[in-house]
Design a protein around this ligand. Structure first.
Ligand code: MN
Ligand code: MN
Length: 466
């Protein structure tokens, strides 16, 4: 059957209306390309579940691609590739561009921390013949999602003599895992009466770590002692070392494909490691950028970008000052002419929960990376709200490069809201807008992202820093 002639109205509508397209329909060849790209992504995720692990893996990737540690005061030439490690938890990678620094820097800023369950400084206890850890959750978790999930222990402890002990237990085949318990439905009638937000208290998120006692009638806490003895045997640590530690519990399972068609990546921590990985892949792939690039992997976004490894500190600004000094130019001029993609995820439209979205302005799986003009809550409060001129610039970059993209809002008006690092970047006097991957079940222990969207986000970042 031949394609039927378009009517005048159809032609006019095509010319005047805008609609983001499904990539699988418009560019089916990308399905395989995206799947291949996401194999690298899943492998990386499996080795980098925490911000510290992400920094280590990113440095390995950077060094394999010719990046060397940044030296303040040294003069760099176009094409030089350097990185700056901020305390093992945040990272800046830069490729010096052809244009003078006064014409600005192209920044991609993603965050590498994700919601999780942290140990308290004094975590270990025994109760009713079980050994447990007390925790303090990190970031915006829905507490009911975390019990009964197999958890792995990640992090560092510093011993009295200064030795750093790096811990990863629960990831290797045959490793034990750990778990927060939940009530059985038979006995949960009372708990089920409570509103969801009150059903689980933060102090209920206790992790079971053992049940066998150290057999000695004279010991008061034999199960705690047994657990501590095993940790001492394995890691050489004592209870006091937890006071010099950062221990995080994260889901123990690996990234995998979701769906009969394998079109989706399911994994813990895709917010925002999906943007961190795609930004990093774009950075290492760019040999000779027009403008100097800066790919920033920040910590602490999930708790407000606080701390000196979070974006609400001066580490990015200081790095730009070093670059400006090296080039003999005023850093304020550099900042003013720089543009930044705040590389972060947005909430994908969920057909099971349509009521929280406004369908015309939600983002969808398989329509590409999502450009988010503003986030915020209650009348855009707390948002950066990118200007029309910057929107025009970023849209042109993506259209010229053939990137599939869509626009997105974080939920319908007054349903909720949120924020990203964008508002902190704006404080540097840099033009910034959010761009990233649509996510289903954001902040859950298992988040979903479309491979086509991940791939096109990578393409967008690559085009942006070309
Ligand atoms: Mn995020
Ligand atoms: Mn988040």
């Amino acid at each position: 059957m031949s394609e039927k002639e378009k009517t005048a109205g159809e032609k006019l509508a095509e010319e005047l209306f805008y609609k983001a397209e499904n990539i699988a329909k418009k560019a089916p060849e990308q399905v395989e390309e995206a799947a291949a790209f996401c194999e690298g992504y899943k492998n990386f995720l499996n080795k980098a579940k925490t911000e510290r692990e992400f920094v280590s893996e990113a440095i390995a990737m950077l060094e394999a691609n010719g990046y060397v540690p940044f030296v303040a005061g040294k003069v760099y030439q176009a094409g030089d590739k350097v990185y700056k490690n901020n305390r093992g938890k945040a990272l800046i990678a830069t490729t010096i561009g052809q244009k003078p620094l006064t014409e600005g820097i192209r920044l991609n800023i993603a965050h590498i921390d994700s919601p999780r369950v942290d140990l308290k400084p004094n975590p270990l206890y025994e109760k009713d013949d079980l050994a447990l850890f007390k925790t303090h959750y990190y970031g915006g978790i829905r507490k009911y999602q975390w019990p009964t999930v197999p958890l792995a222990m990640h992090g560092v402890l510093i011993k009295e003599d200064g030795e750093k002990v790096e811990v990863v237990i629960g990831e290797k085949e045959g490793d034990p895992v750990f778990c927060i318990t939940d009530l059985l439905p038979h006995l949960a009638a009372q708990q089920s009466q409570r509103p969801l937000k009150d059903a689980f208290s933060g102090e209920d998120l206790n992790i079971v770590i053992g049940s066998l006692p150290f057999v000695d009638e004279s010991v008061k806490e034999p199960v705690k002692l047994m657990a501590m003895k095993l940790m001492h045997d394995e890691l050489g640590i004592t209870e006091k070392d937890f006071l010099r530690a950062e221990i995080e519990f994260v889901p123990a399972y690996k990234a995998c494909d979701v769906g009969f068609d394998r079109s989706i990546v399911g994994a813990y921590g895709q917010d925002d490691k999906v943007c961190a990985y795609t930004a990093l892949a774009a950075e290492v792939g760019e040999e000779n950028p027009t403008w100097t690039t800066m790919t920033v992997l920040a910590d602490k976004e999930e708790i407000g970008s606080t701390g000196n490894t979070g974006l609400n500190s001066n580490f990015v600004e200081y790095f730009i000052q070093y670059l400006a000094e090296m080039a003999g130019v005023n850093d304020k001029e550099v900042l003013e002419h720089s543009i930044c993609l705040s590389a972060d995820v947005n909430a994908a439209y969920d057909p099971t929960y349509p009521q929280v979205h406004e369908p015309m302005n939600a983002c969808y799986f398989n329509k590409g990376c999502v450009l988010t003009k503003y986030t915020g809550a209650r009348g855009k409060s707390g948002t950066n709200d990118a200007g029309a001129e910057l929107m025009a610039k970023v849209i042109k970059i993506m259209d010229d490069a053939g990137v599939y993209w869509q626009s997105g809002e974080l939920g319908a008006v007054d349903v909720g809201g949120g924020g990203t690092v964008a508002k902190f970047v704006a404080e540097f006097n840099i033009d910034v807008v959010d761009l990233g991957v649509p996510i289903l079940s954001m902040h859950a222990p298992f988040e979903l992202a479309s491979k086509l969207d991940i791939y096109n986000t990578y393409k967008a970042f690559a085009a942006f820093i070309k």
